[in-house]
Design a protein around this ligand. Structure first.
Ligand SMILES: Nc1ncnc2c1ncn2[C@@H]1O[C@H](COP(=O)(O)OP(=O)(O)OP(=O)(O)O)[C@@H](O)[C@H]1O
Ligand SMILES: [Mg+2]
Length: 489
């Protein structure tokens, strides 16, 4: 654990000594300052930790020190010590950047010790989170591909090796995993980017037409061939030919394709002339080509020609780390496309998205988000905006990931819980009671840390402090049976 330093800025020596004694006992390093000038000097001197700040100092109003202290070192956390229930000043202090406040009352040293410990934990957690965020938010830019999972990072690293060469790439992966996106990225990130990118969907063109589409034909080569036509191989000269759904290619064309790949020359239908072509071949399929080879449905020699550099795109459910990033990206994209004001996903909606199994992979996620953005109003996309089919799939567990976190969704299951709890109007409690109970519960769970509780409740710090004050103070809420210390000073 790093050294934990506390600076007490207070002009009452007795109180300062008492606090310093208590905090040192808890292994904190304590410095003291008896007025504002000394306090600021200590911070200028490099102090880094928790500052206990009295609001009434001989040379300054503590309130006016909050901003200068934070300006000197934003990692510091200020805990205000107030007397005489000066709640408004304390609230103002938190508005200016103080972390917490504690009333000067009987039990002060114990409560200060707890507040200081909480503040350190918060500080250490925030610094961990921000370094983690820096680490993971480093997105890997590769064409238009959005990803940050280790699986995709590895994939991008291997792709970097093939970009500059002409090596033939075979992309395999379930439908919607981004095979076409990767094919385009390889083309547009590489030296052929000024050349054409020509895509052929082998499943989308009738078998009778596929041959002439690929290789072209001469005039009169067959009925209807009224003019000579270049095939896609020729059209892709100098660029990239993307053979999509290569697994659907009929066996007799596989033989012809193999020949072109071997000789790098094409023969139009109805012509004996061999025309050299300079193309990079990228092919893709959602099928397991090796299985097709074993079944005799795909030529083995062609397979090895195409799979010089095989790439497997993992399904989205196996790179859960990408879901949140992709979801946010698609929300932003959909807002632009739909000309809607910018909005964000609510945390429960995000959690729900992260728990889905995505048989349709990234394409499915993109469709879900487009739908949700269209029906959403205001600045948040919440669970109620998600398609019911998704909510059912996740809740019903039919396609839910086995390792999905089992948590309640605040804007979902709470309605169901209420249905169970309250069966008649007589049983409905007053709203204020529910609020009080919820605030108290949040405070208990946060170990009395008001900032954490406010965060969980989605309340501003000023609001929660006001509520707490109205409800008789934090201690009364956290420990209603305990002695309720009176303000001293
Ligand atoms: N990592 C990603 N970042 C951003 N968009 C993505 C990503 N992966 C996929 N997409 C988007 O998801 C959709 C599906 O991707 P794509 O068409 O490349 O999938 P595919 O593997 O070719 O699917 P199919 O086998 O069904 O043809 C596209 O709109 C694509 O832009
Ligand atoms: Mg595709």
């Amino acid at each position: 654990m790093p050294e934990r330093h506390v600076l007490i800025i207070d002009d009452e020596p007795e109180l300062t000594n008492l606090l310093a004694y208590r905090l040192r006992k808890d292994a904190f390093f304590v410095r003291t300052a008896s007025d504002g000038a000394q306090g600021l000097a200590a911070i200028d001197d490099g102090f880094d930790g928790i500052v206990l700040l009295d609001l009434r100092l001989p040379d300054a109003d503590g309130l006016d020190l909050v901003e200068p202290i934070m300006a000197r070192n934003a990692d510091n956390r200020i805990i205000i010590m107030t007397a005489h229930g000066s709640i408004d000043a304390a609230i103002e202090a938190t508005r200016r950047g103080a972390y917490d406040f504690v009333h000067k009352s009987e039990d002060l040293s114990r409560r200060i010790a707890v507040a200081v410990k909480n503040a350190f934990e918060h500080r250490e957690m925030t610094s961990r989170v921000s370094s983690l965020e820096e680490e993971v938010s480093e997105k890997y830019h590769f064409g238009n591909i959005v990803a940050r999972s280790p699986e995709m990072r590895k994939l991008f690293e291997t792709l970097r090796h093939v970009i500059d060469s002409k090596v033939t790439v075979l992309l395999q992966g379930e439908s919607g995993t981004g095979k076409e996106l990767v094919a385009r990225a390889i083309h547009y990130e590489g030296p052929r980017k000024r050349g054409p990118f020509v895509a052929v969907n082998c499943a989308g063109i009738p078998e009778t037409l596929l041959e002439s589409e690929l290789f072209g034909h001469e005039r009169g080569a067959f009925t209807g061939a009224i003019a000579a036509k270049k095939g896609r191989f020729e059209l892709a000269d100098g660029g990239t030919l993307f053979l999509d759904e290569i697994g659907e290619m009929p066996v007799h064309l596989q033989a012809k394709l193999l020949r072109v790949l071997q000789e790098r020359k094409v023969e139009r239908i109805g012509s004996a002339q061999l025309r050299p072509v300079d193309v990079r071949i990228i092919s893709a399929t959602h099928r397991n080509l090796m299985d097709m080879v074993k079944d005799g449905r795909f030529r083995e020699d062609l397979y090895y020609r195409l799979a010089v550099f095989p790439v497997f795109l993992p399904p989205l459910r196996e790179r859960v780390g990408d879901i949140a990033l992709l979801a946010s990206y698609f929300v932003e994209k959909a807002c632009q496309e739909e000309k809607k004001s910018p909005r964000t996903l609510s945390p429960p909606a995000m959690r729900m998205l992260e728990r889905h199994h995505y048989p349709g992979n990234v394409r499915e996620l993109e469709n879900i988000i487009s739908h949700a953005v269209v029906v959403s109003t205001g600045s948040t996309v919440s669970i109620s905006d998600l398609p019911l089919s998704l909510v059912d799939a996740v809740r019903g567990g039919g396609t839910q990931r086995a390792d999905a976190p089992r948590e309640l969704d605040a804007d979902g299951n709470i309605e169901q819980s209420f249905e169970v709890m309250f069966q008649s109007l007589e049983e409905i409690p007053e709203l204020e009671r529910v609020e009080t109970a919820l605030i108290a519960r949040a405070l208990q769970l946060a170990d009395g840390d008001v900032v954490q509780a406010a965060k969980a409740l989605g309340m501003s710090r000023a609001t929660i402090y006001r509520r707490i004050e109205r409800l008789g103070g934090k201690e009364a809420l956290v420990d209603p049976d305990g002695a309720h210390a009176s303000d001293g000073g």
